[in-house]
Design a protein around this ligand. Structure first.
Ligand code: NAI
Ligand code: MG
Length: 493
């Protein structure tokens, strides 16, 4: 452009980014995907199929089978049939298969990343740099434990797999959640039936191809697609363990329906994390952490830092910098390598976000959204800040699961702790301060499974993750994540 461009007072950069879209050529989609049962793609007995779309274009990408009770039972039978041989394999042999999956994910990383962004709407730089590498890392990490289980839990007796695991996952990190579920289950010698979320089944189905290529014995991993009814059928099926990640609402339903069944259960549910900035925090770093904490993956993150607690003396400075930073976020095409905030995953989720944001305005909080053009088709929501938020507002209490930050203030350390813990959830929290002693003091008092200090949304396969209170129970990642897939000396967990 030749005309002089003035830098807007808002702090937005004085240039436009040229678009840099990632090509979709690498992805070869079938028109239709059957269920992955017993090592093969099979037609659903239900005879039902549903379309899976791209949330950024609303185009249909493929048709996917909808598994009913009969289909789920067939998948569970396949997993049960495969169980004795799989658990009987020498652990080092079992590890080889899991390592193979990890390596194949790396080999095909670009394909997985592009497909993840097409089907789920997340920015390609996130699927490329976070989701896919972390999914591979989980398989690598747990493959390493497969032949060391006895040493992993000293004094506990002989570790044995629990049997068949039913695993139900959400749409916000589709491949990564599949990895969190499958990697520890397989390494511990279990077989599995995995149900991906209805809006994002495609990378799990591509993973089924990888599992075929890795020559896993048929039936060790089965993948059944469908929505809530399919998930409920899996919960009620003859499985030994259910692992669920999703809404607290559905978690409660599953808790009720597994009660008294002898099935083991782990639940990883919602969150409303406090991200707490103290007056001595390195402010520019904190701004980046706050932005990453809530706008990463469009805020579709159970551990998102959705409640910002700012110590009063730095409130004005921080707010000014946050508003400036918001102006620079690039919202749009998930496949564009410059995009920071992609598409909202589904129309239903967009409506939920819109409803909660309206409630925030209605209850008297002050809204701030940067000017930015949104694409005409697809599901989009502007990055949003709310100030003047009180603890009783719905936007301070309920999980919005979108790019919306509610900002509150505090004066003392005790007030920060009290406000941070004033939530039915307890998944994660963030602390920004220069004082190491304050980090330790806060971390002890925050009722949250993960507490990040001077960083946010950091994940590592070796580090356990999970919640308190209505955020669920059980841990994933690390040795803690292996334990729910084992029994010791044939008995008590
Ligand atoms: P959801 O909990 O309904 O869906 C998660 C998974 O559970 C999907 O695979 C779904 O098909 C399955 N499912 C649904 N009903 C089921 C049932 N009765 N039995 C067994 N499985 C069932 O979540 P949804 O409706 O997509 O999102 C609603 C809200 O939940 C979001 O706005 C967000 O606040 C929260 N959420 C939290 C997640 C997290 O990572 N903790 C992930 C997804 C949603
Ligand atoms: Mg639901």
């Amino acid at each position: 452009m030749s005309e002089a461009i003035e830098r807007p007072a808002s702090g937005a950069p004085p240039w436009e980014y040229a678009s840099a879209p990632e090509s979709t050529d690498i992805v070869r989609l079938d028109d239709r995907y059957g269920l992955f049962i017993g090592g093969e793609f099979v037609e659903p007995k239900s005879g039902k199929w549903f379309a899976t779309i791209s949330p950024s274009t609303e185009e249909t990408l493929a048709e996917v089978a909808e598994a009913d009770v009969t289909d789920v039972a067939l998948a569970v039978d396949a997993a049960r049939d495969a169980a004795p041989a799989w658990r009987g394999l020498a652990p080092a042999e079992r590890a080889k298969y899991v390592f193979r999956i990890a390596r194949q994910l790396q080999e095909r990383a670009r394909e997985f990343a592009v497909l993840e962004s097409m089907n789920g709407g997340k920015p390609i730089k996130e699927s490329r740099d976070v989701d896919i590498p972390l999914a591979a890392a989980h398989f690598f990490y747990y493959a390493g434990w497969a032949d060391k289980l006895e040493y992993a839990f000293p004094g506990r007796g002989t570790p044995e797999p629990v049997g068949v695991a039913g695993q139900i996952i959400p749409w916000n990190f589709p491949l990564l959640m599949a990895a969190w579920k499958l990697a520890p289950a397989l390494a511990a010698g279990n077989t599995a039936v995995l149900k991906p979320a209805e809006t994002t089944p495609l990378t799990a189905l591509l993973l089924a191809e990888v599992i075929q290529e890795a020559e896993l014995p048929p039936g060790v991993v089965n993948i059944v697609t469908g929505a809530g009814e399919t998930g409920a059928a899996l919960v009620d099926a003859q499985v030994d363990k259910i692992a669920f990640t999703g809404s607290t609402e559905v978690g409660k339903i599953i808790r009720r329906s597994t009660a008294g069944s002898g099935k083991r259960l782990t639940l990883e549910l919602g969150g409303k994390a406090a991200n707490i900035v103290f007056e001595d925090a390195p402010i520019d770093q904190a701004v980046e952490g706050v932005i990453n904490g809530i706008f990463f993956n469009q805020g579709h993150v159970c551990c998102a830092g959705s409640r910002l607690l700012v110590q009063e003396p730095v409130f004005d400075a921080l707010l000014g910098k946050l508003k400036d930073r918001l102006q620079t976020l690039r919202v749009g095409d998930p496949l564009d390598k410059n995009t920071d905030v992609g598409a909202i995953n589904s129309r239903a989720q967009l409506e939920k976000i819109e409803e909660l944001v309206e409630s925030g305005v209605g209850e008297g909080a002050e809204i701030y959204q940067p000017e930015c053009l949104l694409p005409e088709r697809g599901f989009w929501f502007r990055p949003t800040l709310f100030t003047g938020v009180s603890q009783s507002h719905r936007i301070a209490r309920e999980e919005i699961f979108g790019p919306v930050l509610s900002i509150l203030t505090f004066r003392t350390v005790d007030e920060a702790v009290e406000k941070a813990n004033n939530t039915p959830y307890g998944l994660s929290a963030g602390i920004w301060t220069e004082k190491g002693s304050r980090i330790l003091h806060m971390a002890q008092r925050l009722r949250a499974g993960v507490v990040w200090a001077n960083t946010f949304n950091r994940f590592d396969p070796a580090s356990p993750f999970g919640g308190y209170k209505e955020s669920g129970f059980g841990r994933e990642g690390g040795l803690h994540g292996l334990e729910p897939y084992l029994t010791f000396d044939g008995g008590a967990p």
